[in-house]
Design a protein around this ligand. Structure first.
Ligand SMILES: Nc1ncnc2c1ncn2[C@@H]1O[C@H](COP(=O)(O)OP(=O)(O)OP(=O)(O)O)[C@@H](O)[C@H]1O
Length: 279
């Protein structure tokens, strides 16, 4: 794929997903407190925060796995409720969890079509159309700029980065409006991460799908994300555009003390360049 400039998001890009004032507790444990978040069409949003900050709970709510105790979810401007992951998927939200849900000893192209195999009739029999799945997989991976030499190989033979890319490609094959990635770069080395970052960058260039991804490495966030939401103790304490802030500033904000007020103060001190969420 040709390298192109990353176009800034259109100022009038609509919000494809909006959650407002969401809270969630598990018994006595409060996982999320009054969380509001927005994602525009084509935007790549990073979700960061320490262990236990509530990142997984938030993406599980967005993908229909958990229901919030309070608050609203708007999908394309319409209030909605995701009763199950299937329900969220039906409304265009695909999630790639860390286990990737690939079958190691199956071919790459079979994995690409897992659960929606292409079939053909032959002599009255209903057979898998392997040729078609192979060709479609090849074309699709190429379109996304994913370098996989042979789609006949089993997934076991792929590197971690390639596997992540195949899982992402499979999820976007159904043209979702939102792709949620749960730590897509976890446990990947620099070279391996480059595959995945390249893919996300390609998605960002095309601006057809919005991406919400949990990331830990700030450097990678600034490479491929448009905006960052920082979660601390169940609250979004910072919402900043990556073009208007820097990695150093972000680190300063995060280290400046994890109390919400401390972060607000640090963000204001950064010449108002980081915007804070409204509560
Ligand atoms: N199913 C559950 N039952 C009880 N408590 C839970 C459940 N899921 C999450 N929690 C609690 O909610 C809080 C937020 O957890 P969550 O997993 O969302 O954080 P996280 O930011 O994803 O952390 P990590 O980076 O460690 O995955 C934690 O205190 C956690 O123990």
């Amino acid at each position: 794929m040709m390298e192109q400039e990353i176009k800034p998001l259109a100022a009038d890009a609509p919000n494809v997903l909006e959650v407002s004032h969401i809270s969630k507790s598990f018994g006595a444990v409060t996982a999320l407190v009054d969380v509001s978040l927005k994602v525009k069409r084509g935007e790549v949003l990073a979700l960061v925060g320490d262990n236990g900050a509530g990142k997984s709970t938030l993406i599980k709510i967005l993908s229909g796995f958990h229901q919030p105790d309070t608050g609203k979810i708007l999908s394309n401007g319409e209030e909605t409720r995701f009763a199950s992951p299937r329900d969220a998927r039906a409304r265009g939200i695909e999630t790639v969890y860390q286990d990737l849900a690939l079958i190691g000893d199956l071919s790459i192209y079979h994995n690409m079509f897992l659960g929606r195999e292409q079939r053909k009739r032959f002599l009255g029999l209903n057979l898998l159309d392997n040729k078609k799945m192979r060709t479609l997989s090849r074309t699709y991976l190429d379109t996304l700029g994913i370098h996989i030499p042979d789609v006949n190989n089993t997934v076991d033979l792929l590197s971690g980065g390639q596997r992540q890319c195949v899982a992402v490609a499979r999820s976007i094959y159904s043209s979702p409006s939102i792709l949620i990635l749960d730590e897509p770069l976890a446990a990947l080395g620099v070279r391996e991460s480059a595959h995945v970052l390249g893919l996300i960058q390609n998605l960002r260039r095309q601006r057809e799908v919005s991406v919400i991804m949990i990331v830990h490495n700030y450097n990678q966030i600034f490479e491929v994300c448009d905006r960052i939401n920082f979660l601390h103790a169940g609250e979004i304490v910072l919402d900043a555009s990556t073009s208007e802030t820097t990695e150093e500033e972000l680190i300063r904000v995060v280290k400046s003390g994890l109390g919400k007020n401390a972060i607000s103060a640090a963000a204001s001190a950064a010449e108002g360049r980081a915007t804070l969420p409204h509560h």
